[in-house]
Ligand binder design. Structure first.
Ligand SMILES: *Cc1c(COP(=O)(O)O)cnc(C)c1O
Length: 498
């Protein structure tokens, strides 16, 4: 199994190279050079597997045994998923009117990211120990990635973790999951600006190849292939559970399944598209909030950012740069690296691109999409509570809005990915007029000491226009200066920690 870049500039990388990088050196994203196909027989033989066992089966298709023997892989995955609060790891809630919720949020930080993050961090630690070296992980987060990475990596001897989150744009629980970690290998920054503002200097940081090499710099955002690889299991597991393959006759055709996904950086959607290409008959629905670039791209080929990221009740998907769409474009264009390079370079410099007709057609056949306003989020949360006494997180509510507006059909099984626990998003729950008992694991966070360093979107300028009182005043800085200032901050932190 070898990996290549979506922009055509890198080929033949192995799993280890890919695990330890962020973006590929040509600016693209890593993908397997070819995808294994899951035959109906294979799927039937997996039908009764525990989630952890399924993760092992799927990961073993992408990590050669020469790099990681099967028993090591098994031990790492089992250990990673053992801290989940329910024994089945992923749970299904079957509610009224055929509404099925796939609860992916039973990990340490109550969001789906824990599933792939805990496994990926274990893989990292495994290879670092084997190679007797260290790595610096840099993570920009819209809220959930940071906490999940910190809880997975805290205390590891060979990993330093730098996390930057947008101040005031994460919930109190998300913030606490990040700042209450006092271990020496964790470095947390709260920055002015949106999560997209934070991502820009991080991209630049990774463009400094010498720094990257010297400090073993890497990313754990869903840029990292290993996370997407683990996330394939979300879709395959949901498919196996929903499709009744156990005991089905060998020549019966595989029934299709529609999976509705709350979408931000499009990591889950990219994983869904990969699983579809591996032969699992999925229909994907990407649901977004008012930051609706993915919907516009799918529906009209309009891959362009809005001027600003809007703050909504579903902050983990307040994203205008859904970077995993690059993987989707690459897959659906028949792996056309030159085409993807053209699209992405245009998008990155002008923030807008109109997809080629052919690609747009294929995309709109593979994925459908919808946008939900804050009002719609509150409406789904209330309705689901009234009907079922089941509380949705606002992101899951974005997906479930689709259920209330597109009646289910008897011919098509359907499920909704639940990406976080409502307990992380209490103010949205209150806004919906609902209440929630805080789990003990969250209420105890309030009593814990915190640590983090602020990064401000201002600089101090010497102003002498009033001769009587010359003084330093705070002045806002441009996006460009901001990006460079942050870059320096990150660089100096990284130099300091090593
Ligand atoms: C990260 C996140 C998402 C978005 O996932 P993508 O795979 O990046 O689209 C959705 N919901 C929650 C709660 C998240 O934390």
């Amino acid at each position: 199994m070898r990996y290549c870049s979506t922009r055509g500039g890198v080929q033949g990388a192995d799993f280890c190279d890919v695990l330890f990088s962020g973006f590929a050196p040509d600016g693209g994203m890593f993908m397997p050079e070819s995808l294994p196909v899951l035959s109906p027989d294979t799927l039937r033989s997996w039908a009764a597997l525990h989630f952890s066992q399924l993760v092992v089966e799927v990961a073993s298709l992408f990590i050669p045994t020469q790099l990681m023997p099967r028993d090591h892989l098994e031990a790492l995955v089992m250990e990673a998923l053992s801290s989940f609060s329910v024994p089945e790891v992923v749970r299904f809630a079957k509610l009224k009117e055929g509404l099925t919720i796939v609860e992916l949020f039973h990990g340490n930080t109550l969001a789906f990211k824990d599933l792939a993050m805990t496994c990926t961090v274990r893989f990292l630690d495994y290879f670092l120990q084997k190679q007797k070296r260290r790595a610096v992980v840099v993570v920009g987060t819209s809220g959930d990635t940071g906490g999940s990475a910190i809880q997975s990596a805290k205390g590891l001897a060979q990993v330093d973790l730098v996390v930057v989150y947008p101040r005031g744009r994460v919930t109190p629980v998300q913030e606490k999951h990040m700042t209450t970690c006092l271990q020496d290998n964790i470095h947390v920054f709260s920055a002015d600006g949106t999560s997209d503002d934070i991502d820009n200097p991080i991209r630049r940081l990774f463009a400094d190849h010498e720094l990257v090499k010297a400090h073993g710099l890497m990313s754990l955002n869903s840029v990292n292939w290993s996370r997407i690889m683990i996330q394939l299991s979300h879709f395959i597991y949901a498919y196996l559970h929903m499709s009744g393959l156990e005991g089905a006759s060998a020549d019966a055709p595989l029934p299709p399944l529609e999976v509705v996904v709350p979408t931000g950086g499009a990591g889950n959607i990219a994983a869904g598209c990969i699983v579809k290409q591996m032969g699992v008959p999925l229909q994907l629905v990407a649901m977004v909030n008012s930051n609706d670039i993915v919907r516009r791209t799918v529906q009209s080929g309009d891959f362009s950012m809005a001027a600003d990221v809007k703050q909504t009740l579903a902050p983990a998907i307040d994203i205008q740069d859904p970077y995993n769409m690059e993987r989707v474009f690459w897959l659906l264009s028949g792996r056309d690296g030159a085409l993807v390079k053209g699209i992405m370079e245009d998008f990155q410099s002008s923030h807008r691109h109109t997809l080629p007709q052919q690609l747009h057609t294929v995309l709109s056949q593979a994925v459908s999409a919808g946008t939900v306003t804050d009002e719609g989020i509150l409406e789904s949360m209330r309705r689901c509570w009234e009907d079922n006494h089941y509380l949705l997180c606002p992101h899951t509510a974005v997906a479930v809005w689709h259920h209330y507006h597109t009646p289910p059909s008897a011919q098509l099984n359907r499920c909704y990915l639940a990406t976080a626990s409502p307990a992380k998003f209490q103010s949205a729950v209150q806004r919906a007029g609902l209440t929630l008992d805080l789990p003990e694991s969250l209420s105890s966070l309030d009593k814990m000491a915190t640590r983090c360093e602020g990064l401000e979107k201002i600089q101090w300028r010497w102003k002498s226009h009033s001769p009587s009182k010359p003084r330093f005043v705070k002045t806002p800085i441009s996006k460009e200066v901001y990006s460079i200032t942050y870059l320096r901050h990150y660089q100096s932190t990284i130099l300091k920690v090593l």
